[in-house]
Design a binder for this molecule. Structure first.
Ligand SMILES: Nc1ncnc2c1ncn2[C@@H]1O[C@H](COP(=O)(O)OP(=O)(O)OP(=O)(O)O)[C@@H](O)[C@H]1O
Length: 249
């Protein structure tokens, strides 16, 4: 299994936002995308999900091209968005049934898995609830349950930790660890590095739409000259200084 992004340049309505992005994620690997607000993390994710059309470059998953075989590509990708997207008229059970149908899962096995996931996130007695009855965190948990139920080769997660209670964060981290251990690929955008560090060891730092550095936590610490006592978060201050310097020079 492999996700390859090659020379991806893209953005919105002809305005380039991300420039010449190259990255590869192999089976059992997780990559974090980090960077300041507006760096291009969500835009990169939207391209990988096929929601935006690239101006240049290509994206393939297990050699299936997003451009040439979008349906086959998308069937191998599950997405946990930053803001939950639910159908107001569908119950939790109907949302899960939709996942089972659209990802062509074995129904019997999928409902067993759904029960496990629902119990983990304390949603097992809410199958008949409509989204209007869910709190913000509960909606997020529904998106997590749906994504892990889909059991795809690639899991794309956009800023997952905000709004979840600490128990749910731990459960999500455990599920991501389990996915990686079973050979899945994970791409996660996040600002909460302390949580991300528990599960992700490789990062791409986006700055102004381009990858500034990609590698292990120690590669990145070295790149930004962090000392042993500096927290990983310090790179945000350095990126901010770089941008200020670029603006005023
Ligand atoms: N729908 C849109 N139309 C036009 N420009 C957009 C749109 N969405 C985002 N942008 C621009 O694209 C750039 C990158 O935005 P993006 O949302 O990818 O950043 P991000 O790294 O995900 O930021 P954040 O950490 O705030 O979520 C920004 O300059 C933003 O203004």
């Amino acid at each position: 299994m492999v996700l390859k992004i090659e020379h991806l340049t893209g953005g919105y309505a002809g305005v380039p936002v991300i420039k010449d992005i190259n990255l590869t994620i192999k089976s059992g690997q997780a990559l974090g995308i980090i960077g300041l607000n507006g760096a291009g993390k969500s835009t990169t994710i939207k391209h990988i999900l096929g929601l935006l059309r690239p101006q240049k470059g290509k994206i393939t998953l297990n050699e299936v091209s997003l451009n040439k075989q979008p349906t086959a590509f998308k069937r191998q990708v599950a997405y946990i968005p930053e803001v939950p997207v639910l159908y107001p008229e569908l119950t939790l059970k109907e949302h899960l049934a939709l996942i089972i149908l659209s990802y062509q899962l074995n129904e019997e096995k999928a409902w067993v898995r759904a029960q496990q996931l629902l119990q983990l996130f304390r949603l097992e007695d809410k199958l008949d609830w409509l989204p209007v009855h869910f709190s913000k965190g509960m909606k997020q948990k529904v998106m997590i349950v749906a994504a892990f139920l889909a059991d795809t080769d690639l899991l794309v997660i956009d800023e997952p930790f905000t709004g979840l209670d600490p128990l749910a964060v731990t459960n999500l981290i455990d599920l991501i660890k389990e996915a990686i251990a079973t050979g899945k690929m994970v791409l996660m955008s996040t600002h909460i590095l302390a949580d991300a560090e528990q599960v992700i060891s490789n990062y791409a730092v986006l700055n102004n739409g381009a990858i500034e550095v990609i590698g292990s936590i120690s590669d990145i610490r070295l790149h930004y000259g962090l000392t042993a006592t500096d927290s990983f978060d310090k790179i945000y201050r350095i990126l901010n200084q770089e941008q200020r310097h670029a603006r005023f020079s």
